[in-house]
Design a protein around this ligand. Structure first.
Ligand SMILES: CC(C)(COP(=O)(O)OP(=O)(O)OC[C@H]1O[C@@H](n2cnc3c(N)ncnc32)[C@H](O)[C@@H]1OP(=O)(O)O)[C@@H](O)C(=O)NCCC(=O)NCCS
Length: 263
């Protein structure tokens, strides 16, 4: 099963900043603007919060969990987050955070994007496969913008599964329905690389299946997606739900009603 936390940057920083490690704080402090510093710190703290829950580690020790990031192209400690006992992924956009954990034998990717008022020039040629461009509503209309951002989040999530990210041209990927009715809600992403460790994607054979992706229902004007080497159950948590699960909510001073607009 994949566990996903969708939260607001402010609500994470209000109650879970202590989950961030010293390295996370350094990484956040190196971002260019205050907004990016807050987003990075919130994304890192939220990832550790959900990882601590997944590992059964008390929140006070979340900052000690071993999470590494190694770039294949440079010596900086950035890139796909990794740990020995969980598959991990994170994304932030404007005031939002999306983080996920799964079984370490699997590989996952998440992406969240706020739907903008208009798309940047060249969006379609950079992101859409020619077959996808054919079926899209006009990119100037609000439904066309939202549909394109949905496809973009699906592809970015799918490209995080392998750790290669946007080193692979997103327009070379094609998202279509999953042919197996058992995997209702999941789509396949043709052309997205799989990590070597993900094996045959649960098929029992030697041919890896395409990366699978499903959209997540997040509130507000955003699109969000979870991708994995194989379809599986997804549990989407809000922050108040996860804190309640962790037995923390009564001590936080939280008012769930006030916070519900953030996710
Ligand atoms: C992965 C990538 C798509 C993220 O894009 P983004 O829209 O800026 O950011 P998001 O908020 O959605 O995701 C950021 C998170 O994705 C994760 N991430 C970063 N690189 C990743 C990768 N290659 N694979 C999987 N996940 C990655 C990290 O958790 C990161 O959070 P962090 O900065 O706190 O560590 C983009 O950074 C990318 O394609 N990177 C690969 C190319 C690259 O890094 N080139 C430089 C080489 S020196």
């Amino acid at each position: 099963m994949i566990a996903v936390l969708a939260a607001g940057v402010d609500e994470v920083l209000d109650v879970a900043t202590q989950c961030a490690s010293d390295d996370d704080r350094v990484a956040a402090s190196e971002r260019r603007t205050e907004e990016l510093r807050r987003r990075t710190l919130a994304g890192r703290a939220a990832l550790r919060l959900v990882a601590a829950w997944g590992r059964g580690v008390p929140l006070e020790r979340a900052s000690e969990l071993e999470i590494s990031r190694r770039c294949p192209d440079c010596t900086r400690a950035h890139g796909q987050p990794r740990s020995a006992d969980l598959a991990l992924s994170s994304s932030t956009s404007a005031g939002r955070v999306l983080v996920a954990i799964a079984d370490p034998a699997d590989a996952i990717g998440v992406d969240i994007e706020t739907v903008p008022g208009q798309l940047w020039p060249g969006f379609d040629s950079y992101t859409l496969h020619p077959d996808e461009a054919l079926g899209m509503p006009a990119g100037s209309a609000s439904d066309g913008i939202a549909a394109r951002i949905g496809t973009w989040t699906a592809k970015e999530a799918a490209l995080k599964v392998s750790g290669r990210g946007l080193r692979t041209d997103p327009s070379s990927l094609r998202v279509d329905e999953h042919p197996d009715p058992e995997h209702d809600g999941w789509h396949r992403v043709h052309g997205a690389p799989l990590p070597r460790s993900a094996g045959s994607a649960g098929s029992g054979g030697s041919t890896p299946l395409p990366v699978s992706v499903r959209m997540l229902a997040v509130r507000g004007s955003a699109r969000a997606a979870i991708a994995a080497n194989r379809p599986q159950d997804v549990r989407l948590w809000t922050m108040p739900e996860l804190l309640t699960e962790l037995g923390c909510l009564p001590d936080t001073g939280y008012d769930e009603g006030e916070l519900s607009h953030l996710t």
